[in-house]
Design a protein around this ligand. Structure first.
Ligand SMILES: Cc1ncc(COP(=O)(O)O)c(C=O)c1O
Length: 363
C-alpha cells in the first residue's frame, strides 16, 4: 500500500510557507534580561489601562463584541474618520494575512520591498500567490523600483511606512505618485504600525479616503504598549472592509483587548508622551552610535538599525550585548546580514547600550 496516499496533507501552498521567526526573548542561564528584539513599548501601557485591566475580571465569561463597534467608534472619534470603513483584527498580522487571502491567489503576484516586513511575503505564499521583491535604494523604499516590478498578475503592493527593520520612510507625496501610477485594480496596502511615532503624520488615512484602492493597517502593539493583547485595525473602502469582516472569525479579538485598545486610543496625552520619549532617546542614542563609527540610518520608528562593517563584528556585538542581558534582533532574514535592530527603551537602557558598544569597539 502506498503510505503517502494515506497521509493527511495540507493544501499545496502551505507546504512552501516560511515560518516567521520572532525575536529572541530569553537567554539561557540569565534570569534578568531586557528584550530589545520586538519593537515593543517597554514603558508598557498607562496606569489607567492597568487599573481597567484589573477591573475586567467579572466580565470574562462574556463573548466580545463581534462588530467591534465601541473600538471603531473610538478610532473614528480620534482620527475623524468613518467608522464603517474601519476594520479590527487580532493584531495587524491578522489583517495582512486576511488581505492576502482575500485579494490574491495562485497565479497572482504580491509586491513587497527589499527589506520589508516579513509577514507580507509569508502571507502571500500562504495565499498561494508569488511574492515579488522590489529593491530599495539604500534601505529606503523606491516607488520607481516598485513600479518596475508590477506585472499583469500583480494584485497587492505592501509598503510599511516607516518600515521595519530599517526605520526609514517615504513621503505621502511619493505614495500618492505610486498610487496614481499603479493600475486601479491593484490594492496598495500602507502599513502604519509605527505611524504614531511621527508627529503630524496620519499614516495615509486621508489618502485612503481619496483612493478606494488604498488600505491602511495600524496596531496597538507598538506605541500603546499592548503587544500582548493582539489588537490592530485597518482603514479603507467599505467594500474591502465588508470582505474582511466576512472572512475573519466572528470573535477575533478578545473583550479585554477591545476594551483596553478603546481606552488607549482615546488617551492622546499618553501617545504624545511616548512619542516624545521615543524621539529623545532614539535620536540621542543614534548620535552617540554614529560617533562610535557605526552606521545607523535615520529612523522614524521606535528602533534603530545598526550596521557593522563586517559580519564578525556584528556577531561579536550581538553576543556581547546578550552576555550583558540585552537581547537585540538579528535581521539576516530581512536581507541585512551585518545589521542589528535595537528597540528604543528607556534613557537608562539606551545609555547602557551605548556604553557596552563603546566598550566593545574600544572607543
Ligand atoms: C511593519 C509591521 N507591520 C505589522 C506588524 C505586526 O504587528 P501586530 O500584529 O502586533 O499588530 C509589525 C510588528 O512588528 C511590524 O513591524
Amino acid at each position: 500500500m502506498n503510505k503517502s496516499k494515506n497521509k493527511i496533507m495540507p493544501s499545496k501552498q502551505f507546504l512552501k510557507v516560511p515560518k516567521y521567526i520572532s525575536g529572541e526573548h530569553a537567554i539561557e542561564g540569565q534570569a534578568s534580561i531586557t528584550k530589545l528584539s520586538a519593537n515593543e513599548n517597554l514603558n508598557g501601557p498607562s496606569e489607567k489601562i492597568k487599573n481597567i485591566y484589573n477591573s475586567l475580571q467579572d466580565s470574562l465569561f462574556e463573548y466580545p463584541e463581534s462588530d467591534h463597534l465601541s473600538l471603531r467608534q473610538a478610532i473614528s472619534d480620534v482620527y475623524n474618520i468613518d467608522k464603517e470603513k474601519i476594520f479590527c483584527g487580532a493584531g495587524s498580522d491578522e489583517i495582512i494575512q486576511l488581505l492576502c487571502r482575500c485579494y490574491s491567489q495562485v497565479g497572482d503576484e504580491v509586491i513587497y520591498t527589499e527589506h520589508g516586513f516579513l509577514m507580507y511575503k509569508i502571507s502571500a505564499i500562504a495565499a498561494g500567490a508569488k511574492p515579488v521583491k522590489a529593491d530599495e535604494n539604500n534601505r529606503v523604499a523606491s516607488v520607481d523600483n516598485i513600479l518596475a516590478r508590477v506585472s499583469k498578475t500583480t494584485r497587492i503592493v505592501f509598503l510599511a511606512n516607516p518600515n521595519n527593520p530599517t526605520g526609514t520612510m517615504i513621503g505621502l507625496d511619493e505614495i500618492k505618485r505610486l498610487r496614481k501610477k499603479l493600475c486601479p485594480n491593484i490594492l496598495l496596502v500602507l502599513d502604519g504600525a509605527y505611524a504614531e511615532y511621527i508627529e503630524n503624520y496620519d499614516g495615509g488615512l486621508k489618502l485612503a479616503d481619496e483612493f478606494h484602492n488604498i488600505f491602511i493597517t495600524r496596531t496597538f502593539s507598538k506605541i500603546y504598549g499592548l503587544g500582548g493583547l493582539r489588537v490592530g485595525w485597518g482603514y479603507g473602502s467599505q467594500d474591502i472592509v465588508n470582505v474582511l469582516n466576512t472572512v475573519r472569525s466572528p470573535f477575533n479579538i478578545s473583550s479585554v483587548g477591545l476594551k483596553l485598545a478603546e481606552i488607549s486610543i482615546l488617551d492622546k496625552k499618553f501617545v504624545e508622551k511616548q512619542r516624545r520619549l521615543n524621539r529623545e532617546n532614539r535620536d540621542s542614542l543614534r548620535k552617540k552610535l554614529l560617533a562610535l563609527g557605526l552606521e545607523v540610518d535615520l529612523s522614524y520608528a521606535n528602533f534603530l538599525l545598526l550596521r557593522f562593517s563586517e559580519r564578525q563584528q556584528l556577531l561579536k556585538a550581538d553576543n556581547f550585548l546578550k552576555k550583558n542581558g540585552l537581547i537585540a534582533r538579528r535581521v539576516e532574514s530581512y536581507g541585512l546580514p551585518n545589521a542589528l535592530r535595537l528597540t528604543i527603551a528607556t534613557g537608562e537602557i539606551c545609555n547602557r547600550v551605548h556604553s557596552l558598544l563603546k566598550e566593545l569597539l574600544g572607543k
